[in-house]
Design a protein around this ligand. Structure first.
Ligand SMILES: Nc1nc2c(ncn2[C@@H]2O[C@H](COP(=O)(O)OP(=O)(O)OP(=O)(O)O)[C@@H](O)[C@H]2O)c(=O)[nH]1
Length: 317
């Protein structure tokens, strides 16, 4: 339905649209653009008419927008450029931005070929401001990461917690069965920690736990090795694809890492904070259970404590 007012109405609609509209002629020159785009680009409304797109918007040179325009004009093909891959191709800023510093607009762009009556090919570019949804998405991602941290990180030491460790143990146990690799576990316990707390106070005790966790974590070099806080003053280390000999070498390095802290312990025969370590290794199979490995490491730890602490014991000795 058209009446006499139709062209005028179309024009004011074009200018009232809450999205950017840009029409290029067959040579890729700007034929028309709407008020939304004038405002968002902060440019003079007439100055750009007749200019090639990449002269008017130099930031588009060699971008996917330029390629998509070529495809529309030469091959009659439409393109959709989502904000995931092309966050902000045009140099545009938020129109309803309350911030003092103008915020670069995140854009979703649709490029469509337009064939006219005289057979000249035109190209329609529609630009949508998706900044709000990009920001929302970022916030959601940050919250998800935070929730993940809360669920799997120990609050005091910042290293993974027991829940994380248990999930990893089940995962690594299955992997070791598939790959027929040995899997080792170290159970680590701080020596005379009750006395430490009693002598120096709980706060010092917490700091000591934090320092030891940091030292143990730093001493592990392979990205696949996992340390977690297992309980109060107990840590556990999972060493995938590691036989007993390797497991003992690492346990020795961990003993040294804690000794090298030289953290004074007023009520220990060693005079500094030390740990005891129980080592266990298994080549997992479908008939065995991962919990047996933990029990063996626990028993080895018990023997390390019995034999004077500040040392390692393995489940075979
Ligand atoms: N400061 C502090 N102390 C903790 C924390 N978790 C556990 N503990 C303390 O660690 C101590 C562990 O004591 P025990 O299990 O008797 O072991 P121990 O004194 O280290 O003796 P051995 O293990 O035999 O060398 C207890 O006093 C707990 O209160 C914590 O998060 N912070």
């Amino acid at each position: 339905m058209m009446n006499n007012h139709a062209p005028l109405l179309l024009f004011s609609t074009f200018d009232a649209l809450e999205l950017g509209v840009l029409i290029l002629n067959g040579k890729g020159e700007i034929a028309l653009w709407n008020r939304w785009l004038v405002k968002a680009s902060g440019r003079n409304s007439d100055g750009l008419i007749g200019l090639p797109l990449s002269i008017a918007f130099p930031e588009l040179k060699n971008t996917r927008v330029e390629q998509a325009v070529k495809l529309a004009i030469e091959k009659d093909q439409s393109s959709f450029l989502s904000q995931c891959l092309n966050r902000a191709p045009f140099n545009l800023f938020r129109l309803h931005n309350n911030d003092e510093v103008p915020l670069r607009m995140q854009q979703q762009i649709q490029i469509t070929p337009l064939r006219q009556f005289d057979n000249e090919q035109f190209c329609l570019i529609q630009i949508q401001d998706v900044t709000a949804s990009v920001i929302r998405e970022q916030i959601l991602q940050e919250r998800a990461a935070e929730l993940h941290r809360f669920a799997y990180q120990d609050g005091l030491t910042g290293i993974p917690n027991r829940r994380y460790y248990e999930e990893k143990l089940a995962e690594e146990w299955r992997r070791a069965i598939r790959q027929k690799h040995p899997l080792s576990v170290l159970m680590i316990d701080i020596d005379f920690f009750k006395r430490y707390n009693d002598q120096l106070g709980h706060q010092q005790g917490d700091t000591c736990l934090q320092e030891i966790a940091k030292a143990l974590q730093a001493a592990l070099r392979r990205p696949t090795d996992i340390i977690a806080r297992y309980g109060g003053e107990e840590f556990i280390v999972l060493l995938p694809a590691t036989p007993m000999a390797g497991c003992i070498t690492i346990a020795e390095q961990l003993l040294d890492a804690v000794r090298e802290l030289e953290r004074p312990h007023p009520d220990s025969p060693h005079h500094i904070a030390t740990v005891s370590i129980g080592c266990a290794t298994s080549t997992p199979n479908r008939d065995a259970e991962a919990s047996v490995l933990i029990q063996e490491a626990d028993l080895a730890l018990y023997f390390a404590k019995q034999h004077g602490r500040n040392q390692l014991r393995d489940s075979q000795s």
